[in-house]
Write a protein that binds this ligand. Structure first.
Ligand SMILES: Cc1ncc(COP(=O)(O)O)c(C=O)c1O
Length: 361
């Protein structure tokens, strides 16, 4: 047998939400299937992005711009940073192993919250480094304990804000105080995949921290509010020295030509973003009320999904919903065997979800 390197054996692969086609095939389902498993935008893709992608399809024979010049320029203008402070990835997850490979030696460690986005763990194992897991407190990051968990060999901290799968956040003051206490030679990755959905003025201004501290890397994505999960497009913002290092580890042409154009157009699609926020907020209220009436524990969310606890093994509920054509997400591997993470859908999808749950429960 050809033996892989030891650390490869230890990597537990990521298990994504099931694609609609797979569920239809496996369960031989004929009716309309709805996917509430991967926190995609139920409204679809930004119409401006679709128009732009159509326009450039015929240019697919050409390699893309390796440096994403125009997309970086558009992002730099929107976010008030410089182009050389941006790295674009084939989804924001692509940037995670670049970070661990650039900053973790095998003897180093990274601090993460146990039960937060699982890709941080995978990225740390890809570098063959050590993981320090800190339990959540009230379903969110326990920043004080994370600070205390830092060891001499700690080089990275990962914070998803909101946390996937609980949907909770750390607030502005708390995060700023955290950065005041973190040693400057530890890079803190603040993953804001759902940022655009958040209207709470108490949500942290990570760009304010970026202007005053050298050790923050902000991650954002086009997968959620812009409806471009299938195009694979995300980005990271950090000091130029950090971005230069990450760019060295990236594979050439990592972001395709069509997605770059889609991203530029999507950034201008204010109408679509506004509509997505509205539908998400209305969905939230409807679902909170429905879960309450069903006697289910749920966590109020800052994102486009809700953590719902069924008080018993949720696999049964997951399978029953799936047989009815509704795909949700079990989160056993995050340490929550009784809960499901369910994306907020359109009004029609949410109603179908609740009616089906009433039947099942
Ligand atoms: C916290 C968090 N970060 C990153 C991602 C992945 O984003 P992308 O599609 O840009 O790779 C997700 C997707 O679910 C997420 O929940």
């Amino acid at each position: 047998m050809i033996k892989a390197r030891d650390f490869v054996e230890k990597i537990k692969p990521y298990k994504p939400g099931k694609p609609i086609e797979e569920v239809a095939r496996e369960l031989n389902l004929k009716g309309e299937i709805i996917k509430l498993a991967s926190n995609e935008n139920p409204l679809g893709t930004s119409p401006l992005a679709i128009k732009a992608m159509r326009r450039v399809l015929k240019e697919s024979f050409l390699y893309p711009d390796d440096n994403c010049f125009y997309l970086k320029e558009a992002l730099a203008k929107k976010l008030n940073v410089s182009s050389d402070e941006i790295i674009v990835g084939n989804g924001s997850v692509e940037i995670l192993p670049l970070i661990t490979l650039a900053y973790l030696n095998p003897d180093d460690s990274a601090v993460v919250t146990k039960g937060s986005f699982i890709w941080y763990k995978i990225a740390v194992s890809i570098a063959g480094s050590n993981l320090i897991e800190v339990p959540m407190k009230d379903y969110t990051h326990d920043l004080k304990t994370m600070l205390n968990a830092i060891q001499n060999n700690t080089k990275l901290i990962f914070l998803d804000n909101p946390i996937n799968p609980t949907g909770t956040v750390v607030k502005r003051k708390e995060l700023e105080e955290f950065f005041d206490k973190i040693p400057e030679d530890i890079l803190v990755v603040v993953d804001e995949a759902y940022r655009e959905y958040i209207e709470d003025p108490d949500y942290p201004d990570s760009f304010k921290i970026f202007r005053s501290k050298k050790n923050i890397l902000i991650l954002r994505t086009f997968s959620k509010i812009y409806g471009l999960a299938g195009a694979r497009l995300g980005y990271g913002i950090a000091r130029k020295e950090i971005i230069t290092n990450l760019m060295k580890l990236r594979i050439s042409f990592n972001v395709n030509r069509i997605s770059q154009i889609a991203g530029i157009a999507a950034l201008d699609d204010e109408e679509f973003v506004k509509k997505a926020i509205k539908v998400n907020n209305e969905g939230k209220e409807f679902l909170y009320d429905a879960y309450k009436k069903l006697g289910l524990f749920y966590i109020p969310t800052y994102s486009n999904f809700i953590f719902v606890d069924f008080g018993k093994d949720s696999q049964i509920i997951f399978e029953a919903l799936q047989r009815e054509g509704i795909i949700t997400r079990t989160i056993k591997e995050y340490g929550f065997p009784n809960a499901l993470r369910i994306t907020i859908g359109t009004e029609k999808q949410n109603r179908r979800l609740i009616n089906t749950l009433k039947k099942i429960l």
